[in-house]
Write a protein that binds this ligand. Structure first.
Ligand code: MLT
Length: 414
């Protein structure tokens, strides 16, 4: 008899986005005449093609692989230096942040790394996770056996939930109970809101003072439209001693299907053994990569490198601006329909207060069945998400205009 990982049995329900997909599929089956009307604004999946510079670089890389002289086999597990150099120069040196090449680990995306990073942490860390939250942080901890059982409201024993509400501008207060492994994500998914330097500094100071580690997800940093706001936690002094940062090329350069991102694990971040010995997490993460991965494919890494070329940067800017214009339309449309809206200024997500009397799955159903707009119910991101729904601006301009037009109709007007 083979034993299963029973931690999986603690998971409450399916992963949020497949569950939404299931409900949309059921609606399509029951209403085939409405299938073409459906506007998907649920999962944050990009719709616009890859930047031309990326496409060319990937084509060229495939051509290299087609010839004996330029063929490459296994690459370095944590990524090629050509991509790491482009990252260091553009994402860090350009902002006066010193990150070394071997502190960058190229991966198939930040979602994957957010889960994989748990390999290098022990089991008894006190977790602090925002509520609402990108469900991956919670579910991967459940799977890894870092939590207790689930409760009816979707929370799990053993996690210190940090409420993010309109009252605290969706930036959690420093916890009163001690915590060790802290997940933060800004621009925030799902609320679409941002953190400022002082707020982020308070968290870094907390981590430094309490020997805690911050897992900082900046998958949406390209959407920060105010230069005074932090695009990396390493803009904060001391963060290189207490933070690991996750980056993605999905949301800026449209790599949701191509798959590439990177994690920064500075050499100064330490955790301890039960015996009290301080261990560099960088060594463990390197070891993990060398053992469990052969890295991301060469054409994909060449494509990612092209994001940082002069042309690539311009093309990525156009993509980001395109989705941000959509977000502005969604914000305006919802407000004109009498809804209270957050986010959507430094992020492609608009976080909308549910019209009174309807909970977030109720709004989801209403929008799907009456307007054929797919959104994400706030409750799917945690109990503090109840009372909100998220609209993704990742769509064509035409679809967003049509969604706004439908939202202005009787379903949600005052
Ligand atoms: C989301 O919709 O929250 C994201 O697309 C999920 C993801 O990036 O994995």
């Amino acid at each position: 008899m083979v034993f299963v990982n029973e931690n999986y049995l603690k998971l409450k329900g399916g992963y949020l986005f497949p569950e939404i997909g299931r409900r949309v599929e059921a609606f399509k089956q029951a209403n085939p005449q409405l299938v073409d009307r459906i506007i998907p604004c649920g999962i944050g999946d990009v719709t616009e093609p890859l930047p031309p510079a990326v496409i060319k670089a990937m084509h060229d890389a495939v051509d290299e692989l087609a010839k004996r002289d330029t063929f490459r086999g296994y690459g370095p597990g944590s990524g090629y230096d050509f991509l790491k150099k482009a990252i260091v120069e553009n994402d860090f040196s350009a902002r006066n942040i010193v990150i070394e090449l071997d502190e960058i680990f190229i991966s198939d995306g930040s979602k994957c790394d957010c889960g994989a990073i748990l390999d290098i942490f022990g089991k008894d860390n006190r977790l602090a996770i925002t509520n609402p939250v990108y469900p991956v942080y919670v579910d991967t901890n459940v799977m890894a056996g870092n939590t207790g059982l689930g409760n009816d409201d979707g929370s799990y024993e053993g996690i210190e939930y940090l409420p993010c509400t309109a009252e605290n501008d969706f930036v959690p207060a420093i916890p009163t109970k001690p915590v060790e492994l802290i997940y933060l994500c800004y621009p925030n998914n799902p609320t679409g809101t941002m953190i400022n330097h002082d707020q982020l500094r308070a968290w870094v100071d907390y981590a430094l003072a309490n020997d805690a580690i911050i897992l900082y997800d900046v998958a949406y940093e390209a959407y920060v439209s105010d230069e005074t706001l932090p695009r990396s936690i390493y803009e904060i002094e001391g963060a290189k001693k207490c933070a690991i940062e996750f980056h993605s090329f999905s949301k800026n350069a449209g790599f949701t299907g191509v798959r590439c991102g990177y994690t920064v694990c500075p050499k100064d971040v330490h955790a301890v053994t039960k015996g009290g010995e301080r261990i560099k997490l960088h060594s463990l993460w390197t070891r993990r990569w060398n053992t469990k991965s052969n890295g991301v494919s060469y054409p994909v890494q060449r494509g990612a490198e092209a994001i940082y070329s002069t042309e690539g940067k311009k093309q990525v800017r156009i993509l980001v601006d395109y989705y941000m214009a959509n977000a502005a339309l969604l914000r305006k449309g919802c407000e004109e329909s009498g809804m209270k809206v957050y986010g959507g200024i430094h992020s492609p997500y608009v976080w909308v207060v549910c019209p009174s009397g309807t909970d977030s799955w109720g709004v989801f159903d209403k929008l799907l069945t009456q307007l054929q707009i797919v959104t994400t119910p706030g409750a799917g991101f945690g109990s503090c998400g109840e009372g909100y729904f998220r609209i993704s601006a990742f769509n064509s301009l035409e679809n967003i205009k049509e969604a706004v037009n439908r939202l202005s109709g009787p379903v949600f007007s005052k």
